[in-house]
Design a protein around this ligand. Structure first.
Ligand code: HGY
Ligand code: MN
Ligand code: MN
Length: 418
């Protein structure tokens, strides 16, 4: 299929200005963002994205999970659309680029197509997937998971945040329940491309402009609830304590050992920890935490889960603590569509950008969409590989390279009409 001339590139200054403009919505406290899903800030960011897309002559559709689909028509009304997109929601201590680069990079592709008067046979749709981060409402990639048929919508609507608010109520409160049934379009997708920052150190360390993402590692989230007994930290003799906090500490040490036993690719930690009553002079009677295991190898993930349950149970039995394990999220390792991956690689070659194959360490909406449509990802380096931190940083050149590749891969796949 004809591709855009290698001299055709996106407008990096316009992309960068849009990234900085979006970053003003839901600011963090250290230069990043706290624009968590289905907050007023998230809704404000959605409305700004909608305005920019409508200014670029796109039309909006929203589904019942709040997923936003902004369409630029093709010349053939029967041709299935090519999708680009990612997510606008952020972590509480999020950066300005995680997810946002993929959504606004998709918008920049459209803006450039408009500037150049490019017509394509297939429509192009820029997507914002609701609740990719899974930080306020677990699990991650919730709305793209419902879209792909992995999760049930009623179950997703019932997911609760730390204040007991539900996903469904918050979506309704903000007016982002669309009239399109979620998943109605999943069997009518020609392809999807997601541009995302690497969130790891490989591309920068290898001095590569672009990551050609061939696979995504699998993820497992297990929520652990340990129950002991509140008691006085001063007057309770050590042998009489049933310290849920100590049980958690020993299990977190076990998690580290389990992940390291599968070095160098497996990883494990707990990022979410709730301690009750969380008072300085009370032995914790209950702790709830989520163990996050990841690996490119499904057998390794299964082994890590099995060891956590067996050895975690043993630790708690010995300490006379009750423990419950609940699987609250996860997906198997993903292999992306070879044809779409080739389109990404060819685009990087044509544009003269250095590139390397890479396995995504983080989960992305593309991991679920890959179940229903030919999908691939493009990665750009980030400084020190840092992400999920307000100091997350990329260069304009890196953003340009990734978005140029996205532009070429999307336009080639959508088939230019002379
Ligand atoms: O958890 C993840 O990998 C993604 O950042 N939501
Ligand atoms: Mn992300
Ligand atoms: Mn993220």
């Amino acid at each position: 299929m004809a591709a855009p001339g290698e001299n055709l590139r996106i407008n990096a200054d316009r992309l960068w200005d849009s990234l900085m403009e979006m970053a003003k919505i839901g600011p963090g406290v250290a230069g990043g963002n706290n624009r968590q899903t289905l907050t007023d800030a998230d809704s404000e960011g959605r409305k700004l994205f909608q305005k920019w897309c409508e200014d670029a002559a796109m039309t909006m559709a929203v589904d019942t999970m709040g997923n936003m689909f902004m369409t630029r028509e093709g010349t053939d009304p029967n041709a299935l659309p090519v999708y680009v997109g990612s997510h606008l929601d952020t972590q509480p201590t999020g950066g300005k680029y995680d997810g946002v680069l993929g959504v606004l990079g998709g918008l920049e592709v459209i803006r450039t197509m408009n500037d150049l008067g490019i017509k394509t046979k297939h429509p192009v749709v820029v997507t914002n997937w609701t609740n990719e981060e899974g930080t306020r409402f677990a699990p991650a990639m919730l709305a793209s998971g419902v879209f792909a048929g992995v999760h049930d919508q009623d179950w997703a609507y019932d997911r609760k945040d730390a204040e007991g608010k539900t996903f469904g109520d918050e979506l309704k409160r903000l007016g982002w329940v669309g009239d399109e049934e979620v998943g109605a379009r999943k069997d009518k997708m020609h392809a999807m491309f997601e541009l995302h920052i690497e969130q790891g150190p490989i591309l920068e360390a290898e001095n590569k402009d672009v990551g050609v993402v061939t696979h995504g590692q699998g993820l497992s989230w297990t929520q652990v609830t340990i129950t002991g007994k509140e008691s006085h930290t001063g007057s309770t003799p050590m042998p009489l304590r049933r310290n849920a906090g100590l049980g958690m500490a020993r299990i977190l040490q076990l998690v580290d050992e389990i992940a390291l036993s599968h070095a160098p690719h497996a990883v494990g930690a707990a990022g979410h920890i709730d301690v009750y009553p969380n008072s300085r002079n009370v032995i914790p009677g209950k702790v709830i935490f989520t163990v996050d295991f990841r690996s490119p190898d499904i057998a390794v993930i299964k082994n890590m889960e099995e060891r956590l349950l067996a050895e975690g149970q043993k630790i708690c039995d010995e300490m006379k603590l009750e423990v419950e394990f609940e699987k609250v999220g996860g997906f198997d390792p993903v292999e992306f569509d070879k044809g779409c991956v080739e389109a990404v690689r060819n685009a990087a070659e044509r544009l003269g950008y250095s590139h390397t194959n890479i396995i995504s360490g983080a989960g992305h909406d593309a991991c679920w969409v890959n179940k229903v449509a030919p999908t691939a990802m493009i990665m750009c380096p980030c400084v020190d590989g840092l992400s999920h931190n307000e100091a997350e940083e990329i260069s304009k050149d890196w953003a340009k390279a990734g978005t140029d590749v996205l532009f070429h891969a999307v336009v080639e796949t959508a088939e230019i009409v002379e």
